[in-house]
Write a new protein. Structure first.
Length: 401
């Protein structure tokens, strides 16, 4: 029986083998393993690609979030960390790292519900929390300091509305772009729109290394300078430091591999879009499935609608299945040799780590529901049309179409 994985990194390696092997060999020749030349080269190339002044390589996507928040605390408050009374608004429907980074930076996460059409944080709910906050008498009179929108599954958040809110209430915006490298909101690359952007190069990402690595993007000179200090133990001189720092440098070898893979990012994102188009065409109209919105359609779910703007890079192709059938479909496909994943089975506000350490806006009913419904299908960029239609055929068979 043919096995179809969610992602085939071995296949991707073979596709890029010549470039990757040459990049690794170059590192073996120069032996500059800590902040070698490949790190700066990667930072410069990605900064140019995103259209920002600065990119700073770090050891993981999680550290990209933490370091961004730490630098913002230092710049905005003159303190090493935020205080527990400082609130940062984000989504509960994301990977743990988004909320955990807020705790690690000393602040309190405020979980605001999602738009069930995009799975991203709902700007209307952000506005609702701000306007209903009893402390908010005048602009800037509250301890709400920022927003972390997460571009989930490669789908851009509504950055126009989020920036409008941030400007009105004097908040920073830290884009979590871990799943959306290369995606755009209108004419701008994600990671170039907010105060900073945090990227993950975990192996499964659209641009992934051979281990943990990440990057921060910003147009703010002060934040970039602080970032470079914090990732090297907290100072320009590691033997005489200014701040509480980390050993969070981007590894030279990872930078070299990412440089080799970077030349393929637009090609691979387009391959993902083409696979998504096949799924959209073949699965459209099946009762019991809601498809992710694509380039030309606006779907509704539970009477909610969301305008789509070009830019989805389909880090995951995620469908919604009627409650009660999702787990059954997952098992059915597994029995047919087709891998699927649930991203994510537990919303952040229901995790033990956030118990007593977070604030919640309203019922979060949309987030509580989608965790029961979502199922991500294989979308390996090198997955061929025959394999994609094989997956589709079994899904159709399950639903009796």
């Amino acid at each position: 029986m043919k096995q179809i994985p969610m992602l085939d990194l071995q296949l991707e390696y073979q596709y890029m083998k010549e470039d990757i092997d040459a990049a690794i060999k170059e590192c073996l020749e120069h032996q500059k393993w800590i902040l070698g030349p490949e790190v700066e080269e990667l930072e410069n190339k990605i900064a140019e690609y995103l259209g920002v002044k600065h990119c700073v390589g770090v050891s993981s996507g999680t550290e990209a979030l933490v370091l961004s928040l730490r630098t913002l605390a230092i710049k905005l408050k003159g303190l090493e960390y935020f205080d527990k009374t400082d609130e940062i608004i984000t989504t509960p429907f994301t990977f743990t790292a988004t909320g955990d980074a807020i705790l690690r930076a000393g602040a309190t996460p405020v979980f605001v519900d999602i738009d069930p059409t995009t799975y991203n944080i709902d700007p209307m709910k952000i506005k609702q929390y701000l306007t209903q906050n009893p402390k908010l008498k005048t602009r800037g009179s509250t301890n709400i300091v920022g927003i972390i929108p997460v571009h989930l599954y490669g789908q851009p958040c509504n950055m126009d509305e989020i920036l409008k809110i941030a400007q009105e209430y004097n908040l920073f915006v830290l884009e979590d772009v871990a799943q959306a490298f290369g995606s755009m909101w209108k004419e701008k690359k994600l990671g170039s729109i907010g105060t900073t952007g945090a990227f993950s190069f975990f192996p499964s990402k659209n641009l992934g290394g051979f281990g943990d690595s990440g990057m921060v993007s910003t147009n703010d000179d002060t934040l970039a300078e602080l970032m470079r200090m914090l990732l090297k133990h907290g100072g320009k001189d590691k033997y005489n430091v200014d701040h509480i720092g980390y050993n969070a440098r981007l590894d030279t070898l990872q930078a070299a591999i990412l440089l080799a893979k970077f030349k393929y990012i637009d090609e691979f994102n387009e391959r993902r879009r083409k696979i998504a188009e096949i799924y959209n065409q073949e699965l459209s109209g099946i009762d019991g499935i809601v498809l992710p919105i694509n380039h030309s359609t606006t779907q509704s779910f539970n009477n909610s609608t969301s305008e789509y703007h070009h830019g989805h890079v389909y880090h995951q192709y995620t469908i919604r299945v009627n409650s009660g059938q999702r787990d059954e479909l997952l098992k059915y496909l597994k029995d047919k040799g087709i891998s699927t994943m649930i991203y994510y089975p537990v919303p952040l506000h229901k995790m033990k780590v956030f118990d007593g350490r977070c604030a919640v806006n309203g019922s979060l009913k949309e987030s509580d529901q989608v965790v029961k419904d979502v199922l991500s299908l294989p979308i390996e960029p090198l997955q061929n049309e025959k394999e994609t239609k094989h997956i589709v055929d079994w899904i159709k068979n399950y639903f009796g179409t």
